[in-house]
Design a protein. Structure first.
Length: 300
């Protein structure tokens, strides 16, 4: 496929899609388009009021359910209360460069929300997922590294952008290892990833952000960013296009900042299978959630 637009989304009638963080930004755009194609879309959001406001702007079968990725008890409750088959899970919610914060379990906020919350959610829902798991990463993953000695920034001065890069690299490593495990288990489910390029979303307006930083970002975005709807296209592409597992979609334009989606490359660290397996093991230990589909043997 040389070009992709919302017109290429197939009929989704009878299929359930779960989207985290779907009350605003990219998630809301994804939800609107998939609901318009007939999908039953579940907006998995922390703020039910904002979720209902977003749902009111959409046509089709849209439901709002509570999910707080910063609290693993909320993640478990959401998964336990969702009994129906899920065609597509879109791990979209996230936070970007806030001041140092902690999840309910004490994890650094960005690593806990962007990676560990979605790691737990995916594995808890996996027995009911029939089609695809899409995890939203970022070009910021290229500046990321996984510091296994201090994943949660307990031992060093906090650097919000470095922590963000770690969480976004973790998203790609998670998706790659998930696909390896799905293949080993003989599952037809695909794990893919996407990034929006430079999109003007609420992610860049995280609570507590320094005013000067936010002012610079808004000035920068005014000239270069694409809209929420355009930024959502790579995720939709990763969710419905005929692409292989472990694909990574992003904008095809200048520096992957904007333009129609296509398959894009990732950093060397994001392609490191040993790193992905190690992160998976640690993530299981931290969340208490394991891969539920059987074989996860490491290839010889």
């Amino acid at each position: 496929m040389t070009s992709f637009s919302t017109a290429d989304i197939p009929d989704m009638t009878g299929k359930t899609v779960v989207i985290t963080g779907a009350n605003s930004g990219l998630g809301r755009s994804n939800a609107r388009e998939l609901a318009a194609r007939g999908a039953r879309v579940i907006l998995a959001v922390r703020d039910l009021s904002k979720g209902r406001d977003a749902a009111a702007t959409m046509t089709g079968d849209v439901e709002v359910r509570h999910l707080d990725l910063t609290d693993l008890s909320s993640v478990r409750a959401f998964a336990e209360n969702l009994a129906e088959p899920v065609e597509v899970l879109i791990n979209n919610a996230g936070v970007m460069v806030p001041p140092l914060g902690r999840t309910a379990e004490g994890f650094e906020l960005q690593f806990g929300t962007n990676h560990l919350g979605h790691f737990a959610l995916t594995n808890l829902l996996l027995p009911r997922i029939t089609g695809r798991v899409v995890t939203v990463s970022s070009n910021g993953h290229r500046a990321g590294s996984i510091n296994f000695e201090d994943l949660n920034w307990n031992q060093r001065p906090y650097r919000a952008m470095q922590a963000y890069g770690q969480s976004k690299l973790a998203n790609l490593l998670f998706s790659a290892e998930l696909q390896r495990r799905l293949t080993a288990a003989g599952s037809p489910v695909l794990a893919t990833s996407a990034h929006p390029g430079l999109a003007s979303t609420n992610l860049l307006k995280s609570p507590g952000k320094r005013p000067r930083l936010e002012a610079f970002q808004q000035w920068f975005l005014h000239g270069l960013a694409q809209s929420d709807d355009d930024g959502a296209l790579p995720t939709l592409y990763a969710a419905v296009a005929d692409i292989p597992g472990n694909s990574y979609a992003g904008p095809g334009g200048l520096l992957q900042s904007r333009g129609a989606p296509k398959l894009v490359g990732r950093s060397r660290a994001a392609r490191d299978g040993d790193l992905a397996r190690r992160l998976w093991t640690v993530s299981e230990e931290l969340t208490g959630v394991t891969f539920p589909l059987g074989s996860n043997a490491t290839p010889a």
